[in-house]
Design a binder for this molecule. Structure first.
Ligand code: FO1
Length: 319
């Protein structure tokens, strides 16, 4: 079975670990969000691609959900000693090697998709990881700081400010000019099922859908598209998705996120059992809906969720 998954960071990566366990023989292609990318110390950092690669490759810092396990921060300390910032983004020594290799290959003329394939050669994530585009897209957030309205990089909003101020707008800068990376549209057109994991619907999945051609390809794929709510009991399971949902005028509920994606894109939607009351509202929006446990407490829980999503996809296909 050929499965295409649109993935952001931690939620997407943990879901993928469950999906691999649920259907070990499936051919899984992950279209990764690159809107979180940031250039630091002359290096290109791709947080969402690295989180998928490290999580599935066995190198992730499990508690954090990002960065490497067994990490040290000597380079970061030395940069700070030189007064070279920013110091609010925790790049570890092992992680630096990934960004050095990536930046070196890009400097040699390789597109990000080729670089990602090369990095995955080492990590063997067990899925094909393709960036949504080889072009530069960086999400910026419009905020009001010290009485001034300004646009800051998503990472500064997310990590330095901890999303403590309202996001007035979220803009994937460069998305309009971006083209899907090689293999993205082909994977979508050849998929038997397409899944939206519980990633951030605005800054992760929303950013991937903002690359011209990707939303249309999914809507026209003619195969079941099933998503899993990142919102449980009216609040994000992790992260601060509610802050960016507000920026696009979407209430932080499982039903509102399904409606936000729309029945033109989504055929099925899983909500957590605590949100069973919203099944009717989602079905009224033309999207098949089931209430199942959605807390990814461990890989087995994630595998059960993945099976539920695939079952719903089959129910949609049979309808
Ligand atoms: N998230 C944090 O909350 N604090 C950090 O210092 C931090 C550093 C970091 C370094 C590399 C990387 O790949 C991810 C990192 N993240 C950090 C997570 C990152 O902000 C998020 O994973 C995504 O951008 C949102 O999904």
């Amino acid at each position: 079975m050929r499965i295409v998954v649109l993935a952001g960071g931690i939620g997407g990566a943990r879901f993928l670990r469950g999906l691999k366990r649920a259907v070990p023989d499936a051919d899984i292609t992950v279209i990764g969000n690159t809107g979180d990318d940031i250039h630091l110390f002359g290096l290109k950092v791709c947080p969402d691609l690295d989180t998928v690669m490290y999580t599935l490759g066995g190198g992730i810092n499990e508690e954090q959900g990002w960065g490497r396990a067994d990490e040290t921060f000597h380079v970061k300390e030395e940069l700070a000693a030189y007064g070279v910032g920013p110091d609010w983004f925790g790049l570890g020594d092992r992680d630096f090697a990934t960004h050095i290799v990536r930046t070196q290959m890009i400097g040699a003329g390789y597109p990000l998709s080729a670089v990602t394939e090369a990095l995955c050669d080492r990590w063997q994530p067990g899925v094909r990881l393709i960036p949504m585009t080889d072009d530069r897209v960086e999400t910026h957030v419009a905020v009001e700081l010290d009485g001034q309205r300004k646009a800051i990089h998503f990472q500064e909003y997310w990590v330095r400010l901890r999303a403590s101020v309202p996001a007035e707008a979220v803009v994937p800068v460069g998305a309009e000019q971006a083209k899907p990376a090689p293999g993205v549209l082909e994977a979508i057109s050849e998929a038997d099922v397409i899944l939206f994991p519980p990633s951030n619907p605005v800054v992760s999945i929303g950013t991937i859908l903002a690359v011209p051609g990707i939303r249309e390809a999914i809507a026209d794929a003619g195969v079941p598209v099933v998503g899993l709510s990142p919102i449980v009991g009216d609040k994000p399971v992790r992260g601060m998705a509610d802050k960016v949902l507000a920026a696009v005028g979407v209430e932080a509920t499982a039903a509102a996120v399904a409606e936000h994606y729309g029945s033109g894109l989504l055929d099925g939607w899983l909500v957590d059992t605590v949100d069973a009351g919203s099944v009717e509202r989602v079905e009224a929006a033309g999207i098949r809906c089931r209430a199942v446990p959605l807390m990814m407490t461990d890989a087995d829980a994630a595998a059960r969720m993945a099976r539920e999503a695939l079952d719903l996809a089959e129910a949609v296909r049979a309808a």
